[in-house]
Design a protein around this ligand. Structure first.
Ligand code: GDP
Ligand code: MG
Length: 148
């Protein structure tokens, strides 16, 4: 039996072939499945679409899982450069990010106030830099660069 695929279906199929991301592929396949003529002649094609759909959904889930795992310590670079401020506790890292960016990292007179990397954008002339405030390593002890 001929499949008699409609122009709308063929368009969705073209979108699937050209799709770059898993999300685009899933959207195109779902559309194909919704509009494919449902009869004996398309049984195999329908099964094939369903198989691809579950494969892409699985891939997309795997990717999301990986992103969530790295989310706290992974900061996507933004602007011209990513500058990570590192140093012992209580040495003014958060104060620097607070002064130079619109971010509001917590500043306190005791160590380990910052728990996770906090990004903020700093502008110099017409260039945007990303500054990342970081928590200190637990092994570090305070070595303030100014007299106390
Ligand atoms: N005297 C002085 N104190 C500072 C300076 N920068 C930060 N502080 C103070 O040092 C303490 C620790 O600062 P914070 O930015 O939280 O340090 P971080 O732990 O390295 O992020 C706070 O009480 C700040 O107000 C500075 O340049 N001079
Ligand atoms: Mg801090």
């Amino acid at each position: 039996m001929p499949a008699n695929l409609t122009p709308l279906y063929l368009e969705a199929e073209k979108r699937y072939r050209e799709a770059k991301t898993q999300e685009e592929k899933i959207a195109a396949l779902e559309e194909m499945l919704a509009i494919i003529p449902k009869h004996k002649g398309t049984d195999r094609l329908q099964a094939d679409i369903k198989r691809r759909l579950s494969k892409h959904k699985e891939e997309s889930q795997k990717k999301k899982g990986a992103q969530i795992q790295r989310s706290i310590f992974h900061i996507d670079k933004e602007g011209a450069a990513q500058v990570v401020i590192i140093g012992p506790p209580n040495t003014g890292k958060s104060s620097l990010v607070d002064k130079l960016t619109k971010a509001s990292p917590e500043i306190a007179d005791f160590p380990h106030t910052t728990h996770k990397p906090t990004p903020g954008m700093a502008q110099y002339e017409n260039i945007q830099f990303q500054l990342v405030d970081t928590p200190p390593s637990p092994a570090n002890t305070s070595t303030r660069p100014w007299p106390t």
